[in-house]
Design a protein around this ligand. Structure first.
Ligand code: SF4
Length: 351
C-alpha cells in the first residue's frame, strides 16, 4: 500500500474510499479498494446524482487477446455506461503501432476479437461510439491543435526522453480524452477515464492541456479513476506479455488450468506450517484472481481471506476452486462472444 500512498502525496491522486458512501451502486472494484484513487471524480459523482450528462472514455491497445487487465478496464466502462454515461471506446491502434510496432491492419483484426469480448461482457453497441485512432480525423485534429503550446521540455518532463512517435502518440491520446467534449458529441461535459495507475501521466498531461484551451473550447478537465494492477501469476507486480505470467479469456481450458495450478501463492512451505500460521493472501495472485474478478459476492471473498489467514484453506484445494470458477466463466463468455463476432467485425469495419 506504500506505493499508493506515495501517489497520493507526490502526484496528487486522491484516495477513492471517502467517495464510496456517495455512490448508490459502487462497482466491485470500487467496493474492494481495487479502484483506489481518482482525480476530480467528485465532478462525475455530482452529475451521476443529478442525472446530468457525462461521458466515459477508455479503450484498448489491440496488441492481442483479452486478458485480466483489459477485462478490468472493460468492466469499468460498462459500469459507467450502465449509470448513464455517453460511452466512447477507443481502439488505440496508433499507440499499438508506436509502442509495439503492430501494423494498423493487424490491430483491426485484434480489435474485432477484443470488441466481441466487450460486447459479450455487456457493452451496449447502440450506446457506444467505437473508433480507431488511425481513422478518427477529429482525434488527429485535436492532437495537432493541442500540440501547439507543448514544448519538447514538457514532453521530456512528463514522459522522459522518448522517440518523437511516442510523443505524437501521447498527443493523440490527449485528443482521445477530449473527443467526447467536441460539439459533434454534444459539447463540453464531465468525462471520466478509468485507467490503470500507470496511465496517470496521460491524464495529467491532458488535464493541463484542457485548461490551456478551456477559454476557446470550454473543455472541462477530464476526471479519472485509477485501479490497481493485478499481479502476475508468478507473483510479480503486474501481468506482462514478456513474462508470460497471465492467461487470456481465449485460451484453452487446460492451458488456463495448468497456469493457475503452477501459479505462485502466499502459501507456506508445508501443510503443517500453513495450518499453524495461515497463508498470506496479500501477496497471492490466486487470491487476487478471485478478488479482482470471478467472485461477485463480497462475503465469499471475506470468507476466503479469513480461511486462508487462519490456515483452514490450503493452496491446492483453493487453486482447484479457482480453476473451476475461472473455467465456468470462460466457457460461458466464449459462448456469448461467438454470437457477437459478426457484429464486432461490422462495427470495426465501419469505425
Ligand atoms: S490458500 Fe489461497 S489465498 Fe491463501 S495463499 Fe494459498 S492460494 Fe493464496
Amino acid at each position: 500500500m506504500d506505493d499508493y500512498h506515495r501517489l497520493y502525496e507526490e502526484f496528487g491522486i486522491e484516495p477513492f474510499s471517502p467517495l464510496l458512501s456517495r455512490l448508490s451502486e459502487p462497482s466491485l472494484y470500487m467496493r474492494r479498494g481495487i479502484v483506489f484513487g481518482h482525480r476530480d471524480f467528485g465532478r462525475i459523482l455530482e452529475v451521476m446524482q443529478t442525472h446530468g450528462g457525462f461521458a466515459v472514455l477508455s479503450g484498448i491497445k489491440p496488441t492481442g487477446e483479452f486478458h485480466l487487465g483489459t477485462l478490468m478496464t472493460g468492466m469499468e466502462i460498462i459500469y459507467f455506461q450502465k449509470h448513464g454515461a455517453q460511452t466512447f471506446y477507443c481502439i488505440a491502434d496508433i499507440e499499438a503501432y508506436e509502442d509495439n510496432r503492430i501494423p494498423f491492419d493487424k490491430s483491426a483484426k485484434n480489435a474485432v476479437d477484443n470488441l466481441a469480448d466487450m460486447l459479450a461482457l455487456g457493452l451496449d453497441p447502440k450506446k457506444t461510439y467505437v473508433y480507431r485512432q488511425s481513422k478518427e480525423l477529429r482525434v488527429k485534429d485535436l492532437a495537432i491543435l493541442l500540440g501547439r503550446p507543448v514544448t519538447l521540455a514538457t514532453m521530456k518532463a512528463v514522459y522522459g526522453e522518448r522517440r518523437i512517435g511516442l510523443y505524437l502518440s501521447a498527443l493523440i491520446q490527449a485528443g482521445d480524452i477530449l473527443l467526447p467534449q467536441l460539439e459533434d458529441f454534444g459539447g463540453p461535459k464531465p468525462t471520466v477515464v478509468p485507467v490503470g495507475v500507470d496511465q496517470d501521466p496521460h491524464l495529467r498531461f491532458t488535464r493541463d492541456l484542457s485548461r490551456v484551451f478551456s477559454r476557446k473550447y470550454g473543455f472541462v478537465p477530464p476526471s479519472s479513476t485509477y485501479h490497481k494492477l493485478i499481479k502476475g501469476l508468478d507473483g510479480s507486480p503486474k501481468m506482462a506479455k514478456r513474462l508470460r505470467n497471465y492467461f487470456t479469456l481465449n485460451e484453452k481450458p487446460e492451458a488456463i488450468a495448468e497456469k493457475v495450478s503452477n501459479a505462485f501463492t502466499g502459501g507456506r512451505p508445508s501443510v503443517r506450517e500453513q495450518r499453524e500460521l495461515g497463508g498470506v493472501p496479500e501477496i497471492c495472485p490466486v487470491y487476487e484472481i478471485c478478488l479482482f474478478h470471478f467472485v461477485e459476492d463480497d462475503d465469499a471473498i471475506r470468507k476466503t481471506y479469513d480461511a486462508c489467514k487462519t490456515g483452514k484453506l490450503l493452496c491446492g484445494e483453493h487453486k482447484e476452486q479457482v480453476i473451476d470458477c475461472v473455467l465456468r466463466f470462460v466457457k460461458e463468455h466464449k459462448k456469448r462472444k461467438e454470437k457477437f463476432l459478426e457484429k464486432a467485425k461490422a462495427v470495426v469495419q465501419a469505425s
